[in-house]
Ligand binder design. Structure first.
Ligand code: EPZ
Length: 429
């Protein structure tokens, strides 16, 4: 398995272009199941997760073609017919978002057999709200031997869907299923993440009638069929936030381009509060820190527009060398502090109790061998490695490859000393 080695101490100076958002791209790819015409996605990130979903979609009957055109990286997805409604455990277990093929499959072909995803390292992550939504839309749902069997031979019907709490995946899943339902569906207590707005724009470009994404109430007027479209994937706010934190950690001046303002305001506010220089630009932001030590600030994760859980590990890494004590509360996932013991191997002073971590800033981190436990945890270790004395090696970076495109190249172009050490054989996802 590959590892990443970082020699700490270099400041970051330069420009980092932000890629298309992984967490949007994989839901948009699933939307290709809804039409027999081609869906062209531009600004596509090339990641292990997008390749992986491409593999699953191919098994279901989607022709997936990647190309690099004048508009950058594109993926063309074309499902003239659904050749299989079966998503096996092997594939869904490895990437939970694969579960979101269930709704589009039932919506288009009236049936699906999709594996339950099981737990994962950041929490139990059940899919009860997804099933509640698909059932409300009139599908008959049965669970047997780890599989969801969903049937709606006469098609789905518009419905009122009320989520008891906010779920990004369940909101997206409900939207993906309801676009072809007969009648009007209203999703109450919908997630408001920018990726939902991106999905709405793509579905509407395909002929759907979706309104309200980005607010807690989404209304979908079902249409009998969707057509092909071209859609540009929204910039990755988590990648943008990650490099913003990396720049604040290493010092120097980094411009994040090819993004949008307003995607990571909660993080930028906290970076300012900690003492970093933050300047918003038309297509991203500039982050500066010249010499002065940052101050500890507290964060609490929350659904958008709050502080993203997917940036919590990175912010914890930042706080390990800040002046004072920072309290980090995780409210979205119950087990998302697996990076804390790894950061402690680098000399961080962290104690975790329940959903709260206390980070007492130290003057210096020391390079060490550490292990990635999930996608965002792995990049937090790279960020810490940027300032740790000596060399830090991060193993199990197949987690990192799921969600960060050309990380070594992007950080290296700004002066970081980061290299990939090739292992023996390709890692499984
Ligand atoms: C999405 O996960 C993202 N993944 C996550 O990013 C992100 O952390 C999360 O949203 C929150 O922003 C993708 O988009 C692929 P949720 P999702 O449903 O949709 C509970 C990354 O690193 N819940 O909003 O799975 C759930 O267990 C990943 O890129 C239920 O109880 O998140 C969690 O505690 C990690 N029942 C909470 O809701 C359900 O049916 C919010 O989860 C669904 C969710």
């Amino acid at each position: 398995m590959d590892r990443i080695a970082i020699i700490g101490g270099a400041q970051l100076n330069g420009t980092i272009p932000v890629s298309g958002a992984k967490n949007s791209a994989i839901k948009l790819m699933a939307a290709s199941l809804l039409t027999d015409e081609p869906l062209r996605l531009t600004n596509m990130p090339r990641l292990a997760d997008t390749r992986f979903l491409g593999k699953l979609l191919t098994r279901l009957g989607v022709q997936v073609t990647e190309s690099d055109g004048p508009d950058g990286q594109q993926t063309l997805l074309h499902a003239p017919e659904i050749t299989s409604g079966f998503a096996p455990y092997d594939l869904v277990r490895q990437m939970r978002a694969s579960f979101n093929v269930l709704g589009p499959l039932v919506a288009r072909s009236g049936q699906a057999k999709v594996s339950l995803p099981g737990g994962c390292t950041i929490g139990a992550r059940p899919v009860d709200l997804h099933l509640q939504a698909i059932e409300a839309l009139g599908a008959k749902i049965d669970l047997h031997e780890g599989y969801v069997y969903a049937q709606a031979p006469r098609g789905l019907k518009g419905a009122e869907i009320r989520f008891p709490f906010v779920s990004v995946g369940a909101t997206e899943h409900a939207m993906l299923a309801a676009v072809l339902a007969d009648g009007v569906s209203v999703i109450h207590n919908a997630a408001c993440e920018p990726e939902l707005v991106d999905l709405q724009e793509c579905l509407n470009a395909m002929g759907a009638k979706v309104e309200g994404a980005g607010t807690p109430t989404v209304t979908i007027t079902g249409v009998p069929r969707l057509h092909g479209a071209t859609h540009a994937v929204i910039p990755d706010r988590i990648e943008m936030g990650t490099y913003a934190v990396a720049a604040a950690m290493a010092g120097g001046e980094v411009r994040l381009s090819n993004a949008r303002p307003g995607l990571i305001d909660a993080l930028l506010d906290k970076l300012k509060e900690a003492g970093a220089g933050v300047e918003e630009t038309a297509d991203g932001c500039i982050i500066r820190r010249n010499g002065q030590r940052l101050s500890a600030v507290d964060i609490e994760t929350a659904p958008f527009p709050g502080f993203a859980t997917d940036l919590q590990a990175q912010f914890m890494a930042l706080m390990t060398t800040a002046k004072g004590e920072s309290r980090i509360r995780e409210t979205i996932f119950e087990n998302r502090f697996m990076h804390a013991p790894e950061l402690m191997r680098l000399g961080a002073d962290i104690s975790v109790s329940g959903g709260e971590a206390r980070v007492r800033g130290v003057e210096r981190l020391e390079g060490a061998e550490v292990m990635a436990t999930d996608l965002r945890a792995s990049v937090s270790l790279v960020i810490a490695g940027l300032v740790a004395r000596g060399e830090t090696t991060v193993s199990r970076i197949y987690h990192l490859d799921r969600g960060f495109e050309r990380l070594e190249e992007k950080l290296g172009a700004c002066g970081a000393q980061v290299r990939r050490i090739k292992g023996d054989g390709e890692a499984e996802l």
